[in-house]
Design a protein around this ligand. Structure first.
Ligand SMILES: CC(C)(COP(=O)(O)OP(=O)(O)OC[C@H]1O[C@@H](n2cnc3c(N)ncnc32)[C@H](O)[C@@H]1OP(=O)(O)O)[C@@H](O)C(=O)NCCC(=O)NCCS
Length: 192
């Protein structure tokens, strides 16, 4: 994964915001809390993510994330690169994160988002609550632009991002391959 060393960091990385606490309960679905992830959420997040790795083309990972790899990923998302979860009745039912977009330093004001909701909880506004909370944090952390890279024909993710203000800015043709198929990637962007 990408290291912060040598990159231009947003202002919030130099002076951590004291506002994270009151933002932590941002969310708009009854009974669902959107909050900053904690280390004890790791396994639930890993389970939601790995189900998509092996079962769908929405992530271009081909192999499930191990506990050690996931711990490293959690650590990389404990600072300026936000990681939020949706919690309902004590259960983590979804998560959303931002990650560095590209390694070269001039890209450091742009982040790439990810949003995952457990299958049983889709279609009830949880994805939108997660993405709204995530974008709010990305803005607060000083980023300028959020990019979503969405596998071709993924209507749910396109609708989710559109409903949070993202616009389609392009399509990369047959840029990936998984399950023996060529995959397009649609790019959606939100300027903060
Ligand atoms: C994409 C995903 C996060 C959406 O989460 P969700 O909780 O089901 O979405 P929401 O209920 O918050 O819906 C958000 C918007 O998308 C629309 N939407 C949701 N599912 C849809 C579908 N299958 N087809 C069309 N529109 C859909 C909703 O109508 C809503 O639009 P509105 O705000 O204009 O009313 C969820 O399907 C998921 O986790 N999929 C697997 C992981 C994944 O693909 N992540 C994205 C990778 S790019």
């Amino acid at each position: 994964m990408l290291a912060l060393t040598g990159r231009i960091l947003p202002a919030s990385n130099r002076a951590p915001s004291a506002n994270l606490g009151w933002r932590a309960s941002l969310g708009s679905v009854t009974g669902v809390e959107i909050r900053t992830a904690r280390s004890e959420d790791a396994e639930a997040i890993r389970a939601i993510y790995n189900a998509e790795v092996v079962g769908s083309t929405v992530t271009f990972d081909l192999v499930e994330r191990s506990p050690a790899e996931h711990d490293e990923w959690m650590a990389q998302h404990s600072g300026v690169y936000a990681l939020v979860v949706a919690e309902e009745g004590g259960e983590v039912i979804g998560f959303a994160s931002v990650s560095p977009y590209r390694p070269r330093p001039a890209y450091s004001t742009t982040v790439e988002d990810s949003v995952y909701v457990a299958p049983a909880h889709r279609g009830h506004g949880v994805g939108k609550a997660l993405l709204t909370g995530l974008v709010d944090r990305a803005r607060m952390h000083g980023f300028h632009s959020v990019i979503a890279r969405i596998v071709g024909d993924h209507d749910a993710s396109i609708a989710l991002h559109r409903s949070c203000g993202f616009a389609l800015v392009g399509t990369e043709r047959e840029i990936g391959r998984k399950f023996g198929r060529w995959l397009d990637v649609d790019l959606m962007q939100l300027l903060l």
